[in-house]
Ligand binder design. Structure first.
Ligand SMILES: *Cc1c(COP(=O)(O)O)cnc(C)c1O
Length: 352
């Protein structure tokens, strides 16, 4: 079995692969494939309901929240959010490529106040000192910056509702999720197969823009139809449901946080100890999901690459815009895989 460090689409629990495979052959005892049954069947409707309920349960969301599974990925949310929530002004924290892209789309709908940016230092830290304008309709943050390997370990106090892109750290740690106005996450990092984006939105924030919203773009459309206004991405929703059941059975977010702490500590300790490696991210902002690092001496690259590939590791290459290496330590990645990577790093030091 491979040690899968891909950033997304990424590793899912082994049991999910197995259950999904079975459902493709014979879904819920119907004798037909999950891929070939009406999404209006009672068997699939139950999947959608269960998936929506599990998000609320895992995040302990209050009754004001509605959970949707939509298409278009997190990138579609970059525009659907301002479409639905922004009257004339919004605020954004620029902590990386995805945050930057989100702010860009909001500009189609009005004034965007970028309260702070870490672009000056190649997004290697999370800005802490900034003012959130009280006349903004919402404040948008990216809780984990997948490409650069930074993570917000504290959520700021905000005078306006906080909208959070949690694509790469959803279900990875405990937090008071009721502090948010809207939470969204593309499934393919830490929740399930590619093809759907989860949106948890407070009903009380909707219908305030004074703008006509096209049917498919309007959250209210999907809320009214229980996330089944049109054909949902059935496989992605099913896989997400299975993964959330797995998280729940493992002990929920508390248990995920514990193992994620352990995995990331093991790798960062080695990065801090091993003189061959360097990580550019500010220590207090290090991500527990995506660990970015590099070799100090480029001439060791071929040797290191061969060693980790031989150890059965895949997906360790950094994002094409950053280079270097990135180890993604999502919920489903076993501690053992991190041990194998750390052993390879030690072995490189010993033999370099
Ligand atoms: C991957 C990612 C996105 C983009 O997701 P798509 O579903 O491909 O649109 C957005 N935000 C973050 C934080 C991501 O990691």
């Amino acid at each position: 079995m491979k040690h899968n460090f891909y950033a997304g689409p990424s590793i899912l629990p082994q049991s999910v692969y197995k259950q999904a495979q079975e459902a493709i052959e014979n879904f819920a005892g119907t004798g037909v494939s999950l891929l070939s049954i009406s999404h209006r069947s009672k068997e699939f409707s139950a999947v959608m309901e269960r998936a929506r309920a599990l998000v609320k349960e895992l995040l302990k969301l209050d009754d004001d929240f509605e959970v949707l599974f939509l298409q278009g990925g997190a990138s579609m949310q970059f525009l659907q959010i301002p479409y639905n929530l922004m009257r004339s002004k919004s605020a954004y924290l620029d902590t990386g490529t995805w945050a930057f892209k989100a702010a860009k789309e909001a500009r189609y709908f009005g004034e965007v106040d970028v309260v702070a940016s870490s672009k000056d230092k190649k997004y290697t830290y999370i800005p802490k000192m900034y003012q959130i304008p009280e006349d903004a309709d919402y404040f948008h943050i990216t809780t984990n910056n997948t490409i650069y390997g930074t993570q917000m370990h504290a959520i700021p106090d905000s005078p306006v509702p906080i909208v959070a892109d949690m694509s790469s750290d959803i279900f990875s740690r405990e937090m008071d999720f009721n502090r948010f106005g809207l939470i969204y996450a593309g499934a393919q990092k830490n929740m399930g197969p590619a093809g759907t984006v989860m949106v948890a939105v407070r009903k009380s924030l909707l219908g305030r823009t004074g703008r006509d919203i096209p049917t498919m773009m309007n959250y209210q459309t999907h809320i009214d139809k229980a996330s089944m206004f049109n054909t949902p991405p059935v496989f992605a929703v099913y896989g997400s449901m299975l993964t959330m059941e797995w998280v729940k059975n493992k002990g929920g977010l508390k248990a995920m946080e514990k193992i994620n702490d352990e995995k990331s500590r093991l790798l960062y300790d080695e990065l801090d100890r091993n003189p061959l490696f360097i990580t550019h991210v500010a220590k207090e902002d290090r991500s527990k999901m995506n660990v970015t690092f590099d070799l100090k001496d480029d001439s060791l690259k071929e040797r290191f690459d061969n060693m980790w590939k031989e150890a059965g590791i895949v997906g360790l290459k950094g994002h094409r815009s950053v280079g270097g290496y990135r180890a993604s330590l999502y919920n489903a990645l076993p501690l053992e895989s991190v041990r194998v990577l750390v052993d390879v790093m030690k072995e490189l030091e010993r033999t370099a």
